[in-house]
Design a protein. Structure first.
Length: 166
């Protein structure tokens, strides 16, 4: 009887653990799907050209470009730069495409404003860091802990640093 109870206890723990992992993975999968969808996005500075990585970037990839969904794009000026003092509204998606070479997309850094998401940080952002093949570089369940240090530096606009460096 004790063995049976112990086995049931282990199964319950495994089910709870699997459920938590599945939720984190499903959020990461949703972020990856958002990153792959380019329809209706606007590019930073109205250009899809690759930019050289800035001196302030901790990303290892040497090239990048950034785009904003239609909700986030309401915070861009006519030059495609983020308006000073902006706070991005709920539903905003910002995708930084990080290129390993000029021809090879290596990773997506995704910010999704969804305050009620269990993986949102204290400003309502869900952070995604997903490789171009869909594998997870850092889970959204970490709430951007390895990202917010840099993204909180002076000159950020609601965590965004594009205006500061470009």
């Amino acid at each position: 009887m004790v063995t049976l109870l112990f086995l049931l206890f282990l199964l319950a723990i495994m089910a709870i653990s699997c459920d938590k992992e599945e939720k984190a993975n499903s959020t990461d999968t949703v972020l990856f799907e958002m990153a792959k969808d380019t329809a209706g996005y606007k590019w930073f500075k109205n250009s899809s050209s690759l930019l050289n990585k800035s001196a302030g970037s901790a990303h290892p990839q040497p090239f990048l470009r950034t785009r904003y969904n239609s909700v986030a794009a309401t915070m861009l000026d006519t030059n495609g730069k983020i308006k000073a003092g902006s706070v991005f509204p709920e539903g905003s998606v910002v995708v930084k495409e990080l290129f390993s070479s000029e021809a090879t997309l290596g990773r997506f850094a995704i910010l999704y404003k969804s305050e009620n998401n269990e993986n949102a940080d204290d400003k309502g952002w869900v952070w995604g860091y997903v490789n171009a093949d869909g594998s997870i570089s850092e889970s959204s369940s970490n709430k951007g802990k390895s990202c917010t240090g840099c993204h909180s530096q002076s000159g950020n606009i609601d965590y965004m640093l594009m205006n500061k460096f470009f």
